[in-house]
Ligand binder design. Structure first.
Ligand SMILES: C[S@@+](CC[C@H](N)C(=O)[O-])C[C@H]1O[C@@H](n2cnc3c(N)ncnc32)[C@H](O)[C@@H]1O
Length: 280
């Protein structure tokens, strides 16, 4: 596909940056100008627009702006993920889940809700569902795994549940055999049992109302998501997640992320090398 030969001026970059930030909390600093330019040039081409200024005006004033904002979000989000990403941390998650399962309060509800916030194409929530099946095979507790993302395109892939061998590179052959149906050499369909434990929602994490609609969770994983936000958006997102957790519930962040300078509401509870946070 031919892309229009256009440059993103500083003025339009700043306008686009502000627009994206206002919608999503995602912050493109000066160093990421090139990234934005590359990611959005395809949209210019598809819409037959000849400059980023025209694209900015389209996003602001076109009758089709709401549809295009969805496309914008699909284009600018970084959706990198994989099955069993950061396994040591996921093993800690299972240890924590065992504690939650054995808590006396579970006896009455018999229900545990886990949220993969910023789940991209679904590998994280499906990994969680698989690990639950492996570790609690005969449990009479109902485990619900909810995945959410701002990118509808990523969620469409998640709902399809068809994956290639690259994203499954950390999954053992046994796991692949047990939980996937092989479509061809490089396409594996996640099985119905795992799909039934998992549901997906289009949620913008900075939108307090949208997050509230999900109701409360026992454990939240929000891994490799807040790195794209500035401090102010991080505070908003973490506060929304805090409100979505039950008292005593746990939050897992990505290994390069922390709540330093973001929130003092959580208690940092060390679990080996994996920091995790508890709502107290
Ligand atoms: C790098 S992926 C992380 C996927 C998975 N959690 C993992 O660790 O493998 C980051 C995801 O966060 C999503 N995201 C970014 N800003 C968001 C927002 N404001 N609300 C919801 N999701 C957002 C992106 O669309 C992207 O799919």
């Amino acid at each position: 596909m031919e892309y229009p030969n256009t440059n993103l001026s500083d003025e339009i970059f700043n306008k686009l940056k502000e627009l994206i930030y206002g919608i999503s909390g995602i912050y493109f600093n000066e160093q990421k100008k090139y990234l934005l330019e590359t990611r959005l040039s395809r949209r210019l081409s598809i819409l037959n627009l000849s400059s980023f200024e025209d694209y900015y005006n389209f996003l602001r004033y076109s009758p089709k702006k709401n549809t295009e904002i969805k496309e914008l979000l699909n284009s600018i989000t970084t959706n990198e993920t994989s099955f069993f990403r950061d396994l040591p941390q996921l093993n800690v998650f299972i240890d924590i889940l065992k504690q939650v399962v054995s808590a006396p309060s579970i006896n009455s509800s018999k229900k545990i809700r886990i949220w993969s916030a910023g789940c991209s194409t679904g590998e994280e929530p499906y990994t969680i569902a698989i690990m639950i099946k492996e570790n609690f095979p005969f449990s009479n507790i109902k485990f619900n795994v909810i995945g959410s993302d701002i990118s509808e395109k990523a969620l469409d892939s998640a709902k399809k549940g068809i994956y290639n061998s690259y994203t499954l590179r950390n999954a053992s052959e046994d796991i692949i055999k047990k939980y996937f149906n092989k479509i061809d050499d490089d396409a594996f369909d996640i099985n119905g049992e795992i799909k039934n434990m998992t549901s997906f929602f289009n949620i913008n994490l900075i939108d307090t109302k949208e997050v509230k609609n999900l109701n409360v969770f026992d454990i939240v994983l929000c891994r490799n998501v807040i790195i794209y936000f500035d401090d102010s958006s991080k505070k908003r997102v973490i506060s929304n997640i805090y409100e979505s957790l039950k008292m005593g519930g746990y939050l897992f962040l990505g290994h390069s992320e922390s709540l330093h300078f973001v929130s003092t509401s959580f208690k940092l509870v060390g679990f080996g090398k994996t920091p995790l946070y508890r709502k107290e």
